[in-house]
Design a protein around this ligand. Structure first.
Ligand code: NAG
Length: 429
């Protein structure tokens, strides 16, 4: 949960005096908990583990006893270079690569190859599609089994468990939020309803053990029925409205303990109905100035609201990068998202088997390009969920590991990416 988001909500909903009183109380509470921690009695009662992102176990230079964190001493030594150590420094190359991989499978039971990758510490998380889900209770059982396997991994942390619970037609779990982004954007009290949808999405997911929602969609649609409007997935054609409603969704959802993902950066709003990146290469010739003032605008609000992840689009934007789709582009990820918009959270690709990447080789080479461009997480899933298999994740992991070994992927940058993923896995918000 970003502090900025709390501040924003406080100023919206409270008189100034009450806000200041609250701040004072929070400061006192922080000071007291800091003293307790320094006295070595920081073992506060553990919060019930509803959501698997539930253990704030990472404290520099300190081991943890509750089984939720890294190995004792993993942070304690300075690196030979003198720079501060990170949680990724002691991982094997395969584990370092595995921290970038979101696996997928078909059917109701996770295959043994997925469990093996998890137990070996070579997985960041798992994405669930409709064909993996019968009910909330069934998914909850599957997730409990996967998290059990993760606890057997060296230096383990809870796995990221992802799905698309956008609202309206795009919902993988039965239950809220029923309203689509379009319905929320077009109706009365839109900001309150966007917040209610975010909270409801968080509650639905948390009850099943899912801790990352691949929502909200922040695409600013252009024409009725275009690619992102056809399934009512855009709040508005006005960027300021998308920004405001997206931020309310993110803030409310993340308060439930489920991370939000703003997507699809830098924007699929300009895409025509047939420009579906799952199926074919898509080129959006929008001018850079328009992309920045229209399509990227909602990301400023999302980042201020503390959004944990941003998903990259697979469209190509020649105004930003002449050759590569956004998710393979250092100019888009490093330039637009990190340097211009100052996003410091976790970046994730769209599904690596997308038709949009037809010109970029097999799964392994695609994953290496994405990782090299700055994508922290590679979503190793197919456009047709019945084609999903952990073998996609294994191919991506092995290709990334080999690229690190031969030096075509920079190990320092790989450690930084894995560090961001590990921090997310250890966080509660
Ligand atoms: C490797 O990545 C680090 C961190 O991003 C960067 O500072 C360094 O310059 C890179 N090294 C090479 C050889 O590109």
């Amino acid at each position: 949960m970003g502090r900025a988001a709390r501040r924003g909500a406080d100023t919206l909903s409270m008189p100034l005096l009450a806000g200041r009183l609250l701040s004072a109380v929070v400061l006192v509470a922080l000071a007291v908990s800091g003293v307790v921690f320094l006295l070595g009695r920081g073992d506060a009662p553990r919060v019930a583990r509803l959501a698997p992102i539930a253990t704030a176990a990472v404290r520099p230079g300190r081991s943890v006893r509750d089984g939720g964190g890294v190995r004792p001493g993993a942070h304690a030594r300075p690196a030979a270079s003198g720079r501060a150590t990170g949680p990724a420094d002691r991982l094997s190359t395969a584990q370092l690569a595995g921290q970038r991989i979101i696996y997928a499978y078909a059917g109701l039971r996770p295959p043994s190859s997925l469990l093996a990758a998890i137990r070996d510490g070579e997985a960041a998380g798992v994405i669930f599609f409709a064909n993996n889900i019968v009910s909330s209770a069934q998914l909850r059982g599957v997730i409990a089994g996967l998290q059990r396997a993760a606890r057997a991994a060296p230096g383990h942390r809870p796995l990221l468990m992802l799905t698309d619970q956008e609202g309206g037609e795009v919902r993988r779990l039965p239950g809220a939020p029923a309203a689509s982004e379009r319905q929320i954007g077009a109706g009365p009290r839109a900001a309150a309803r966007a917040g209610a949808a975010g909270k409801a999405a968080g509650q639905t997911l948390r009850a099943a053990g899912v801790n990352v929602n691949l929502a909200p969609v922040l695409d600013v649609y252009r024409k009725a029925g275009d690619f992102i409007d056809q399934y009512a997935r855009s709040y508005s054609s006005r960027p300021s409205v998308v920004a405001d409603l997206g931020a309310h969704f993110i803030d409310a959802q993340q308060r439930t303990g489920v991370a939000a993902t703003a997507k699809h950066f830098p924007g699929l709003g300009p895409a025509a109905t047939v420009q579906n990146t799952d199926l074919r290469p898509v080129t959006l010739t929008t001018a850079a100035a328009t992309l920045r003032v229209t399509d990227e605008l909602p990301y400023r609000a999302a980042i201020s609201a503390g959004v944990k992840l941003v998903m990259l689009s697979w469209a190509r934007y020649p105004a930003l990068d002449a050759r590569r789709p956004a998710g393979l582009s250092p100019a888009v990820i490093g330039g637009e998202l990190r340097r211009r918009l100052h996003f410091t959270g976790v970046t994730i690709t769209d599904g690596i088997e997308a038709g949009a990447l037809a010109g970029f080789g097999a799964t392994g080479p695609r994953a290496v390009l994405a990782a090299g461009a700055g994508a922290d997480l590679i979503l190793c899933a197919a456009p047709d969920p019945s084609a999903n298999t952990p073998a996609l994740g294994v191919a991506a992991r092995d290709a990334i590991a080999a690229a690190i070994v031969r030096g075509s992927l920079n190990r320092t940058a790989a450690r930084a990416a894995a560090g961001r993923v590990l921090a997310l896995r250890a966080s509660r918000f």
